[in-house]
Design a protein around this ligand. Structure first.
Ligand code: CP3
Length: 343
């Protein structure tokens, strides 16, 4: 069985031996070969140049033959950029947007028409990757959720808790909904193009889901996720990752997602029970383990596999992005533990 077949089987909860494994976001930053490339080209150039994006995407797979899938090297913030609000990295770390949107009048300044079309370099990178990976490894595309993208656009950058955005939920929901509607249409268009370019599955990152409380989460995020999924090609598998929202696994499963990406705060068995229907789960090792000793991380990996109890709907992954100080030998130990699992 190829890695790609194993990955697709897990998404569809068909038997396939051991769980497939990949590592999400910034999966290059801890690698010396990524740092070497970044010394020559800055991040945004690498994102916008298909040959460089392909190279960065493949780096982890070249080093770790155990990986079953590649995730495109890009960023969720290419969508705000395509709408006319660029981004850069702050000196002290974190994201700075070119400007913050503050009222409905600002929506008229967004370049909505043809936004997803301006991301041709992403589709070109995916096409090249599909050729490189052939039918051996799975290829993942991705986008930010409308809510998470709105957080960056309204706050004007990254934040711990997005206070301006959160305040708008109560003070000007109409403005917020108008922005979310725009983002929903662009994200749906963008992900559809990614499937056409050769992605086997896409992941939607609702990284700031945890900023919203229960019913507000339904109103300002979940309904837009449902809308996006309804617009994608029939049968196109989507992984929905909503950080901090495992307790709402039932509602997340009702979006039609093939798979839920799970952070490390709740055991997979509990999320599975809450999901209320058979579903693939992806996760959920705490990325913190990657900074520590290989034996500890291997033990935590074993515990996750044991808790999943052989359910075929499991993709092994970290509960969030890997950090720059992750250790390569710890990554090896985790991957080898997953490889030794199952039949
Ligand atoms: O494995 C991969 O490299 C996949 C590509 C990928 C990146 N970002 C590359 C990246 C993916 C899937 C993302 C998603 C992303 N980007 C999210 C959602 C996932 C999540 O973490 O919840 C978010 C919120 C962003 C926005 C973003 N981009 C942040 C918060 C940061 C970190 C900024 C900082 O100062 O630490 C980035 C930068 C980024 N995106 C890097 C990479 C490889 C690091 C750039 C570098 O330091 O070289």
């Amino acid at each position: 069985m190829t890695s790609r077949e194993r990955f697709l089987a897990a998404l569809h909860r068909q038997p396939h031996g051991r769980p497939p494994v990949w590592v999400m976001r910034q999966a290059g930053r801890y690698l010396p070969e990524y740092r070497a490339l970044k010394a020559k080209s800055d991040f945004l150039t690498m994102v916008r140049t298909p040959d460089l994006a392909v190279e960065v995407t493949l780096q982890p797979l070249r080093r770790f033959a155990q990986l079953d899938a590649a995730i495109l090297f890009s960023d969720i913030l290419v969508i705000p950029e395509a709408l006319g609000v660029g981004y850069q990295f702050r000196e002290a770390g974190g994201i700075q947007m070119q400007r913050a949107l503050s009222s409905e009048a600002d929506l008229a300044t967004l370049q909505i028409t043809g936004a997803a079309g301006r991301l041709q370099y992403v589709y070109d990178a995916l096409k090249l990757l599909r050729q490189e990976l052939k039918s051996q490894k799975a290829l993942l595309g991705f986008a930010g959720s409308p809510w998470t993208l709105a957080c960056y656009l309204l706050e004007g950058g990254g934040s711990e808790d997005f206070p301006r955005t959160k305040a708008l939920v109560k003070s000007n929901p109409q403005f917020l909904h108008a922005l979310l509607r725009i983002l929903t249409d662009v994200v749906a268009d963008y992900l559809t193009q990614q499937f056409k370019a050769g992605a086997d599955a896409v992941q939607i990152f609702d990284s700031w889901a945890g900023v919203l409380s229960g019913t507000d989460y339904e109103t300002f995020s979940l309904r837009y996720l449902r809308d996006i999924l309804a617009k994608l090609p029939v049968g196109a598998p989507v992984i929905v990752y909503a950080k901090g929202k495992s307790a709402q696994a039932g509602a997340l499963a009702s979006t039609g997602a093939a798979c839920l990406g799970v952070d490390w705060t709740m055991p997979l068995s509990q999320v599975r029970a809450l999901a209320g229907r058979p579903i693939c789960l992806q996760g959920n090792l705490d990325p913190e383990f990657m900074v520590g000793a290989p034996a500890l991380a291997a033990q935590a990996t074993q515990a996750i596999l044991a808790d999943n109890a052989g359910d075929p709907g499991h993709i092994f992954n970290l509960g969030h992005g890997i950090t720059p100080d992750a250790k390569i030998e710890t990554m090896e130990a985790v991957l080898n533990t997953v490889l030794a699992a199952g039949v």
